[in-house]
Write a protein that binds this ligand. Structure first.
Ligand SMILES: NC(=O)c1ccc[n+]([C@@H]2O[C@H](COP(=O)([O-])OP(=O)(O)OC[C@H]3O[C@@H](n4cnc5c(N)ncnc54)[C@H](O)[C@@H]3O)[C@@H](O)[C@H]2O)c1
Length: 286
């Protein structure tokens, strides 16, 4: 049983994972480089729980207890825990540099889990001098609600570490699936054409984005591809497409979309910036 967790990166994923962990009685240290992101994360986590209270998913007392379990920090020296989960930017060097820095202030048993969507966990591990303690733990957005967690095992990981992560995922009432370290793991590999084909239909003016979303939703998907890309973040989704495209030898069917690249360049990242494919009302805390 895990007794405390440190989460690095207080963006979309870091916030959701924090809530998932703290809701299961485990103390969390949530760290980000940027002070404004940390205070925004505190406000958004509180707001999410207030909505939970309104919808009677939790009591006011639960909300207060969960919030009390979270320590917000901008100081890396606070990042000490037996299990550290990173949800920072999608760059191999940034992730391994963070793990190296964290290893200097943690003990020899600490496990470093990366929430990467598409990078090679093996490469992140190889850029540290403790590859056996680096493993993939891929949550889905919104992480406080989505049940699936892919555990990405590399050749360096022992059975003991994999089993420990499986029990942690079960401890927070989610469903672990162990995957090999292959591009896109399972879900992002299977789902890539869902986004890319929808983008191609829109680029070729075969249908507009709202129509495509409505059709896919009426066909049984919970969310159409354009609303989903806005929820994920166009920067993240586009980076994942580029990473898969490159690592699979640039097959034409997986060519990243120029339309999505343009939105990223314009800063239209989706829900988190208030506009993407669609417009979103920004809350006071955002
Ligand atoms: N958005 C999704 O749907 C999704 C789903 C699964 C996995 N992921 C992965 O999770 C990770 C984070 O994605 P996100 O959507 O939360 O991104 P985000 O842009 O919302 O948040 C990233 C945060 O990391 C912080 N950061 C950057 N470098 C840092 C460092 N060295 N130390 C501490 N904090 C740092 C930034 O200030 C930012 O707040 C990425 O690797 C992404 O591929 C994203």
């Amino acid at each position: 049983m895990e007794t405390s967790i440190c989460i690095c990166g207080a963006g979309t994923m870091g916030r959701g994972i924090t809530l998932a962990v703290a809701s299961h009685g485990i103390p969390v240290i949530l760290y980000d480089l940027r002070p404004e992101t940390v205070s925004q994360a505190a406000a958004l986590i509180e707001k999410e729980m207030e909505q939970g209270v309104e919808k009677k998913r939790m009591s006011i007392e639960d909300k207060e207890n969960i919030f009390r379990r979270i320590s917000f920090s901008t100081s890396i020296s606070d990042c000490r825990a037996p299990l550290i989960i990173e949800a920072i930017l999608e760059k191999t060097e940034a992730k391994s540099a963070l793990f190296l820095e964290l290893a200097g202030i943690n003990n020899q048993e600490t496990i470093f889990a990366t929430n990467t969507s598409s990078l090679s966990v093996t490469e992140i591990a190889q850029q540290t001098n403790f590859p056996g303690r680096v493993i993939g733990m891929h949550f889905f957005n919104p992480a406080n609600r989505m049940k699936l967690v892919e555990i990405i095992r590399t050749k360096y990981n022992s059975d003991e570490i994999v089993l420990r992560l499986i029990s942690f995922v079960k401890q927070i009432e989610k469903t672990p699936v162990v995957c090999q370290d292959k591009p896109g793991f399972i879900v992002n590999h299977v789902a890539r054409p869902f986004y890319l084909e929808a983008l191609r239909l829109a680029e070729d003016k075969i249908a507009d984005i709202s129509t495509i979303d409505k059709i896919m939703e009426s066909a049984g998907f919970n969310m159409g591809p354009f609303h989903l890309m806005d929820l994920i973040g166009n920067d993240i989704n586009y980076t994942v497409s580029c990473s898969l495209y490159d690592s699979l030898g640039r097959p034409p069917r997986l060519k990243p979309s120029a339309f999505q690249e343009m939105l990223v360049k314009q800063g239209k990242l989706g829900k988190k910036t208030g506009n993407g494919f669609f417009q979103y009302a920004k809350s006071k805390s955002e």
